[in-house]
Design a protein around this ligand. Sequence first.
Ligand code: PGA
Length: 256
Amino acid sequence: MKKEVRRAIIAGNWKMNMTPSAAKEAIGKTAELTKDMNGCDVILCVPFVDIPAAVEAAKGTNVKIGAQNVHFEKKGAFTGEIAGDMLVECGIEYVIIGHSERRQYFGETDKTVNLRTKAALEAGLKVILCLGEVLEEREAGITSEIVSMQTKLDLAGLSAEDMKNVIIAYEPVWAIGTGLTATPEQAEEVCAIIRNVIAGLYSEEVAEGVTIQYGGSMNEGNAAALLSKVNIDGGLIGGASLVPEKFVQIVEAAQA
Ligand code: PGA
């Protein structure tokens, strides 16, 4: 399988932005502007409390709604957490796991990312699994080792069948929210490394089938060059996903 047959996926990560009413408006606008763009999947990952309004606003449109995290237990005494079946019952299809902000600010580790990923898959969700090196690691020349290790630890125990529901988002931490973007060549190099690790863990066929997104200050100006790379199958977009007119230009750049 080659890039041409991997459908591009453009996902917005709204982070802690947008009230339910603002979400409704932004999704309506995004849906209207993307209604004839059928060349890629479009997902918006919204804050938990926006989910009902977002799912309602996205009904019958090209836009799919995702969440930004999920807990690894099915239920119980985990104050402030959300379980997979709660998301599924609310109409959620995708969930981001392991975002660098979760790792940096909320103590998320490769172990908890792995547990959350397994729980999400078990609940029937598709996972957007984020990984990537920090600046010190890039400067020390160990990016390849770091992302390879994260890939192995985060996917530990997942079957080839599970991998059909896993999207990897390569997000160099130094590029997130900083306005600094990896060059298309830097991003391609690391996405190829991740695909190669997956080939080693599973098979060439599984690796060729996995969607690998780039994330980190992707915007309407740099998306086309990044998406033209053979191992970059989409984007996970933070800041630029908050403005429908900008986000839609990235969706447009992903039309095959
Ligand atoms: P950014 O965020 O596009 O604002 O850099 C990307 C992300 O955190 O997923």
